[in-house]
Design a protein around this ligand. Structure first.
Ligand SMILES: Cc1ncc(COP(=O)(O)O)c(C=O)c1O
Length: 481
């Protein structure tokens, strides 16, 4: 919304009209009254079976492929609980793969959505905008620049588009260098370029390979131990990076860092490894680009680069998912020439009003740090997994090549590894959990893990045993199958 000055425009008067905000507050309260009726997991309602199946059939027909989960919500929820259109109520431990971090029917989000409804247009553009896109970018830069030189934010509509902008910024700065270094098992999005960089064969099936990518392994503690220690692993990998650098002298534009891997398996790195690689890049004039589209907001600091204390190395950074609108941030040095970045849309008003509400919520005291709310949730999640494994050791056999513990990840990126990380059984666990009342998903490329991206700002500690009771029921079905 536009800043207040002593001379009012019609717009500033409208946006601050008390009668409108009274009406909004009435709506927020009324939504809260409906939301309060959602209190416990429940199975589908028999009467809604036929109409719900019709919705699923329509969805499959229009997309050309059935939904992976029969997941269509009714439009109301309560915190981490969501009601589906078939009348069932489930714990949403996936939140649209990390998008609805503020949970369901959150009064602050309902209010931010109503505020957006007042504006004269739905969409903001690069050529013509109203002020909300600006305040969103300002907030992002303010937080990011606490411990980095990031100075500008280019706003866009999806994570893949933010990454497309990032790679162009790196290419332009280091032209004519065109090569890219990435971690094995990384995920970058589904545009033509990003699906080439993302390390998944299925993601680039049939896509012309025009982007030159070389891969380095992500951190692997088990391998480091086998090699005789962390330093040996780091030195070995720096040696590999040096080989790429010598082989392609002057041709490497950027190293893309997913600081905690998302799709690749919620793999957590060793800070010294990241630091050594980034030092190398800085010395050799290779852009350091952190893709924080999945990590942003969720780790023990607002940015994962802060958690790892890497701010001074970051040239370019991308955020998305929970931020609603997505963005590419860069330092003054990487600010591209006019004409490189644009596009019709920066986003919808509601992306910015909700995005701003989310950023303010994250910035409130108590969320971050080793003893912050998000770390406490992770500890409680770990406790629940350990208790489940102690009760059912046969569901948690040893997992070949598991890096990390049975329960892993960081902050709001949570994973656990049942059934030895077997792909079919992990997917069956997620599907059975869905049926029983917990929405979660899988990640990794072997071993496979059950992953959760829960709405931590609205989760209560006492929710965890309730969630895991449902998971236990689901796993007993898979174990008994
Ligand atoms: C690390 C990372 N980068 C990029 C993307 C792509 O974001 P989007 O799906 O919004 O295009 C994702 C999405 O999962 C991601 O996890």
């Amino acid at each position: 919304m536009t800043p207040q000055t002593s001379t009012q425009t019609v717009g500033t008067e409208l946006l601050s009209d008390p009668s409108i905000h009274d009406a909004f507050n009435t709506i927020v309260d009324q939504v809260a009254a409906y939301s309060a009726r959602i209190t416990e997991v429940q199975p589908p309602t028999a009467d809604l079976k036929v109409s719900f199946q019709q919705m699923l059939d329509d969805a499959a027909k229009i997309k050309g492929r059935g939904l992976l989960y029969p997941s269509i919500s009714s439009g109301v929820g309560n915190g981490a609980l969501v009601e589906m259109a078939d009348g069932s109520i489930k714990w949403d431990m996936l939140t649209g793969i990390g998008v609805h971090f503020m949970g369901h029917s959150n009064p602050k989000i309902i209010k931010a959505q109503l505020d957006a409804a007042l504006l004269d247009t739905t969409k903001h553009g690069n050529l013509q905008t109203s002020y909300d896109a600006v305040t969103f970018g300002e907030r992002l830069v303010k937080h990011a620049s606490r411990t980095s030189d990031l100075a500008h934010a280019f706003i866009t509509t999806s994570g893949a588009m933010a990454n497309e902008s990032a790679i162009k910024v790196c290419y332009q700065k280091h032209a004519p260098a065109t090569r890219v270094i990435a971690f094995e098992h990384c995920f970058m999005g589904r545009s033509v370029t990003m699906s080439q960089i993302g390390d998944s064969a299925a993601g680039r099936q049939g896509v012309p390979l025009s982007t030159q990518v070389d891969y380095l392994p992500f951190w692997d503690q088990a391998k480091a131990d086998a090699m005789g220690g962390d330093t040996k692993y780091i030195d070995w990998m720096i040696g590999r990076l040096e080989k790429y650098h010598n082989r392609y002298a002057g041709q490497i534009s950027t190293f893309i860092f997913e600081l905690v891997q998302g799709e690749g398996g919620f793999n957590v790195s060793n800070p010294d490894y990241l630091k050594a690689l980034m030092e190398f890049c800085r010395d050799k004039r290779i852009a350091v680009w952190a893709d924080e589209i999945q990590t942003f907001g969720r780790t023990q600091e607002m940015f994962a680069f802060e958690y790892y204390d890497l701010g001074k190395y970051i040239d370019v950074l991308t955020v998305g998912k929970m931020t609603q609108a997505c963005a590419t941030l860069y330092t003054e040095e990487y600010n591209p020439k006019a004409g490189l970045l644009s596009g019709t849309f920066t986003g919808a008003t509601v992306d910015f009003t909700v995005g701003n509400a989310l950023l303010d919520e994250l910035a409130a005291d108590g969320n971050y740090g080793p003893n912050g709310k998000f770390a406490q949730h992770h500890a409680e999640f770990t406790k629940q997994v350990q208790a489940l494994a102690a009760k059912h050791p046969d569901w948690f056999p040893e997992t070949p090549s598991l890096t990390g513990d049975l329960a892993g990840g960081l902050g709001g990126m949570m994973r656990f590894t049942p059934f030895g990380g077997d792909k079919d059984k992990v997917i069956a666990t997620c599907k059975a959990a869905y049926e029983e009342g917990v929405i979660c998903f899988w990640c990794g490329h072997g071993p496979f893990h059950v992953r959760m991206l829960p709405p931590l700002p609205v989760m209560k500690m006492e929710d965890w045993p309730r969630v895991f009771k449902v998971i236990e029921r689901a796993m007993s079905k898979v174990a008994g199958a």
